[in-house]
Design a protein around this ligand. Structure first.
Ligand SMILES: C[S@@+](CC[C@H](N)C(=O)[O-])C[C@H]1O[C@@H](n2cnc3c(N)ncnc32)[C@H](O)[C@@H]1O
Length: 305
């Protein structure tokens, strides 16, 4: 299958010899719609059904526009309302910023919302299927022309100093938490459980790219480890700002932020950033009342200093 050259340009370096396997796979993905979501076809995989049921929380356009998902993405994509919130928060804190890097871009949940507000968004993922989903979903949201994608494991890309000289204004990452199992532990070990590296190494790799850093981490993350990693990478006086973010009153995770503009911006902590709500199509009454609740109270966040 032929990939349009306009599209190909958005998959950085993909035609190089060393990526020939990934390029071949990408061409196959363009030829078949194996990851296209049919919103009317009920999800048959039992363990994914609960995510499929709330698909509009992930991508509100899924009901009438093409959205692409792999099995892993069903439980990995950031809910749209939280992605919108973060993009608006960063826009408010970084009024002159243009370039955002989304490491672990998955299905584009965050990258798409960044691209709505920032002119250049780079995404990295070590699954070519996920880069394909990000790009196709970005096209559905009308922002495909603002997104550039790089295939490869972050540990290798970072070790080679890629992106360090690109003038990235803010680097974001929603690393794998190890699947839905992460809540089985009372306290999530950020050094041992986080992939592909512990929090200290991850923070080090991000700090080489930009002073403004955001990570999306489990709500039960060990905050002592977060504090230790902050001091070890950025110095004794460094601060990390933590926003607990919830959807339907359920805390989905924490946005952890570093960098003066993100940590010291008092305006954002005082006022609620306006975000839209996700309208549930489900006929279920409980769902409807949840959607009503979200309309009234779009995103709750608490700031832990
Ligand atoms: C939690 S998901 C990101 C979801 C994304 N924020 C979204 O809203 O669609 C994590 C992603 O990291 C990718 N990933 C896992 N290990 C990686 C690595 N070593 N380097 C780069 N990406 C990796 C996975 O393929 C997956 O797409």
């Amino acid at each position: 299958m032929h990939i349009k050259s306009d599209d190909k340009e958005h998959f950085l370096h993909i035609t190089r010899r060393k990526y020939r396997k990934q390029y071949k796979r990408l061409k196959r993905l363009y030829g078949h719609d194996e990851y296209l979501v049919d919103p009317k076809a009920i999800m048959k995989k039992r363990q994914l059904f609960k995510y499929w049921r709330k698909k509009e929380l992930l991508f509100s356009k899924v009901k009438d526009s093409p959205i692409y998902m792999t099995d892993e993405l069903w439980y990995s994509v950031t809910p749209e309302i939280l992605a919108v919130f973060l993009a608006k928060f960063l826009r408010a804190c970084l009024p002159n910023a243009n370039k955002i890097l989304d490491v672990f871009c998955g299905g584009g949940g965050n990258a798409i919302q960044f691209a709505k507000l920032f002119s250049q968004v780079y995404g990295v993922d070590n699954a070519i299927e996920h880069l394909f989903c990000t790009f196709k979903n970005a096209q559905t949201y009308g922002v495909g022309d603002r997104i550039w994608l790089k295939y490869g494991p972050w540990e290798r890309i970072s070790a080679r100093g890629r992106f360090a000289k690109l003038g990235i204004d803010c680097i974001f990452g929603s690393p794998p938490w190890g699947g839905p199992q992460y809540l089985k532990q009372d306290v999530y070990d950020l050094e041992l459980a986080l992939k592909p590296m512990g929090i200290t190494e991850l923070l080090k790799s991000f700090a080489k790219i930009s002073d403004n850093i955001v990570l999306f981490l489990p709500r039960n993350s060990d905050l002592h480890q977060l504090s230790r990693a902050t001091r070890s990478v950025m110095g004794a006086d460094a601060k990390c700002r933590i926003l607990k973010v919830s959807v339907h009153g359920y805390v989905k995770g924490i946005y952890c932020m570093w960098g003066q503009s993100l940590v010291d911006s008092s305006k954002q902590s005082d006022s609620q950033i306006e975000v839209g709500y996700v309208d549930s199509q489900d006929d279920n009454a409980e769902e409807k009342s949840e959607a009503e609740a979200i309309k009234r109270d779009p995103v709750n966040y608490e700031i832990d200093g």
